[in-house]
Design a protein around this ligand. Sequence first.
Ligand code: AMP
Length: 349
Amino acid sequence: MLAVAGYQLGKRFCFLDPVPESPAGMLATQIVAPYDDVGALDELARTADVVTYEFENVPASAARWLETRVAVFPPPAALEAAQRRIEEKQWFEKLGIATARYRAASTPAELRASLEQVGMPAVLKTDSGGYDGKGQIVVRESQDPNELWERIGVADVIVEEFVPFDRELSIIGVRGTENNTIFYPLIENVHANGILRTSVAPAPHVGPRLQAQAEEIARALLQALDYVGVLAVELFERSGRLLANEMAPRVHNSGHFSIDGSVCSQFENHVRAISGLPLGSTAPIGRATMFNLISELPEIHALLAIPGVRLHLYDKRPRPGRKLGHATLVDADDKSLERVRELVAGVTG
Ligand code: AMP
């Protein structure tokens, strides 16, 4: 999606992806190698004017290596912060950004103490390697910490207070090379089993105060990290107050609506930012609803027959829990939205 947006701006792309014939490889040259293969990184550094990443589990060491040879945006420090939940929470705290109460633990005894301090229900998460709800356990009543420790199976964990949020929101900010910062309107997100299902943008019932609160959170991070590119911050809203859940130093799934719903998409704005170009308008064209197509694709003919559906398929093999594409409608009527919802719910795992 970055390449599709970038081609319009006359940019050329080269992808590093360990999976042969990856979806990105259909669009431009693909180097097939592990993310930390020095030969492959060297080829990237020699080929590219600027390197970016759109998956937060690429090794930060690879980004650090590249940084010594070529411009890398967003800065590797942002990648490092986002890869470790404990470090990420420390960034939030340092910047005065409110989060759920949490404790870190690295032994079964510390886990027991952390669960007692945070209280039930709690969410147990691995410090690193988790996304889309992977590496997470909701602890609802007094469970045996030793058994939980075995189940989570890693040495560093974080115990978070379970936030009884009113809803989940995200804010997408973009910072250019000249400390210019812009934001998309808040996005309302619905997750199931830790995976994003739908996004609505602009989120309904958002006053200027809530939007300003979200922008303040994202701006603090963009500036502290000396960031360039698109940054997403996932938020919980509770009684009009925002808590930061996590940040993603990349174009974000909750921003996919922007391809069809905004004057300039998050993908184009990311390419503009990392190329030192002026940023594009984040103004909405209308109210967009984005449905993720997960695990299996719905009947494509039926989906495209619904007025207003904009379909984006990723050319990925179906697998339980895998995001295979998304469909967006802008200013759609309730009937069309309901028909999409039914089709998607019929197959989504
Ligand atoms: P994460 O991987 O941290 O983004 O978590 C995935 C999803 O799990 C979130 O979008 C929430 O729906 C849910 N979740 C994560 N942490 C918490 C929490 N502390 N309280 C309530 N729900 C949570």
